[in-house]
Design a protein around this ligand. Structure first.
Ligand SMILES: *[C@@H]1O[C@H](CO)[C@@H](O)[C@H](O)[C@H]1NC(C)=O
Ligand SMILES: *[C@@H]1O[C@H](CO)[C@@H](O)[C@H](O)[C@H]1NC(C)=O
Length: 233
């Protein structure tokens, strides 16, 4: 059974935790989302190959819900669609961290402590040195599994354990330890927009809560072209 990131595992921003308490205390009226029947919608699709849906994930290296989403939703979905041109994945490890420029470098404070910052910059460097999605996700899958299981105690040991994925251990290690990783992490911070919690998924610029439950379905719905057969669910 796949466990979706729930209120227990999602990592709320501090503001959002307060807002949620207020929302729970009030009666909420929401509009009903009206779903278009697929056969009606189909006639609107262009027959030209559409651009892939840009899937952007904000996450943190030690956030339980992020870990679950990456291993149980993102990577299995990618495995199904990688040859279809349906989605384009961008990972942004930073989430609810904060940063400050001090003493000539960026100092980060991470939601789950300093080890999470180690994991974030490690993943930032992996993403930088392995931009191709297949390879990147193969490495991230290994890193996420080991780093999380060991509570982020030794990121360098985690990196070495994942050497068999083909990760460039030397470059990534030097990056994560030095100025390069520090600057790259700051860029990810700048590219982390407003969000209420992590994992936070953005499909073509619009945040999607539905994607947390069923990424494939959400991506298929966001796709502007004729949906590939993997979308026949
Ligand atoms: C995929 O996303 C990256 C940003 O991470 C962007 O630079 C690139 O143009 C996108 N590719 C397509 C085909 O949309
Ligand atoms: C995905 O992002 C790239 C780069 O920003 C952009 O050129 C492209 O149009 C986006 N794709 C869609 C479907 O919005």
């Amino acid at each position: 059974m796949k466990q979706k990131p729930s209120s227990q595992t999602a990592c709320l921003t501090r503001n959002m935790a307060n807002i949620l308490n207020l929302v729970l205390a009030a009666a909420v009226c929401s509009t009903l989302a009206v779903a278009l029947p697929r056969d009606l919608a189909t006639s609107w699709y262009s027959l030209e190959a559409a651009k892939p849906v840009n899937v952007t994930l904000y996450f943190e290296s030690l956030c339980p819900g992020c870990h679950q989403f990456i291993l149980q939703e993102l990577i299995p979905t990618w495995e199904k669609v990688k040859d279809t041109g349906l989605m384009n994945v961008t990972l942004r490890p930073y989430g609810n961290a904060i940063e400050e420029y001090k003493g000539g470098q960026w100092k980060f404070v991470c939601q789950h402590g300093p080890r999470e910052c180690d994991g974030n910059v490690l993943e930032v460097c992996i993403i930088h040195y392995h931009p191709e999605t297949n390879k990147q996700l193969e490495i991230i899958k290994c890193i996420e599994s080991d780093f999380y299981a060991t509570e982020g105690q030794d990121w360098q040991a985690t990196l070495k354990k994942c050497a068999s994925t083909g990760v460039d251990v030397e470059k990534v290690s030097a990056c994560a330890k030095g100025k390069e990783g520090n600057v790259l992490q700051h860029q990810v911070a700048l590219n982390t927009g407003p969000h209420k919690w992590v994992p936070w998924v953005i499909l073509d610029g619009t945040s999607s809560e539905a994607a947390l439950d069923n990424l494939l379905k959400a991506v298929c719905e966001a796709y502007k072209g004729a949906p590939p057969s993997v979308c026949n669910m």
